[in-house]
Design a protein around this ligand. Structure first.
Ligand SMILES: [Zn+2]
Length: 150
C-alpha cells in the first residue's frame, strides 16, 4: 500500500513512514502534481480536500479526522494496514527504507555514549541520517501504542 498525501497531512505522512509505509509528501507540489504522482506511481492519494477527488480517475481517500492521531487511526482502519506495520524501518524525513550498518562504521558519527549503549545502527541511504533505538524511539513507540490501541 503506497500513498501520496496533500500539503495538509504532513504530520500523518511522517507517522505513516514511522510505521514503515511508503508515503510521498511534497508540501510544494500543486494539486495537479499530486494527482500525476498518484496516477504514475499507482499510489492512493490521501487528502483533506474533497475537490481533489472529484471527477478524477485517481485512487483517493478523503481524510475526515482533524488531529493526526485520529487521522492515523482512520487510515490504518480504512486500508486494513495493521498487519503490514513495520515500525522504524523507513526514514521519516525522506521516505527511504533504512539499511542496517555495522556498528564500527557508526562509531565516528555518534556520541561515544550512544555507541557504547547501542548494538544496532541504521542509515538512510538517501539523506544519510543515522538511526538507533534511543530514547526518542521509545517515546515514539509509546505514542504509537497509545494511538493505535485507543
Ligand atoms: Zn532519509
Amino acid at each position: 500500500m503506497r500513498f501520496v498525501v496533500d500539503v495538509m497531512l504532513g504530520r500523518l505522512a511522517r507517522w505513516l513512514r514511522l510505521l514503515g509505509f511508503d508515503v510521498i509528501y511534497r508540501p510544494d507540489a500543486h494539486d495537479d502534481q499530486l494527482i500525476a504522482i498518484a496516477e504514475a506511481e499507482e499510489r492512493t492519494l490521501l487528502t483533506k480536500d474533497a475537490r481533489l477527488l472529484r471527477n478524477r480517475r485517481v485512487n483517493g481517500y478523503l481524510v475526515r479526522s482533524a488531529r493526526w492521531e485520529e487521522q492515523l487511526r482512520e487510515v490504518i482502519a480504512e486500508f486494513h494496514l495493521r498487519a503490514f506495520i513495520r515500525a522504524f524501518t523507513r526514514c521519516p524525513e525522506c521516505n527511504t527504507p533504512l539499511v542496517e550498518i555495522d556498528r564500527e562504521s557508526a562509531r565516528p558519527r555518534v556520541p561515544p555514549k550512544v555507541y557504547e549503549q547501542q548494538r544496532e545502527f541504521y542509515r538512510c541511504p538517501d539523506c544519510a541520517r543515522l538511526y538507533w533505538a534511543g530514547t526518542h524511539v521509545e517515546r515514539m513507540s509509546r505514542k504509537l501504542e497509545e494511538v493505535l490501541n485507543r
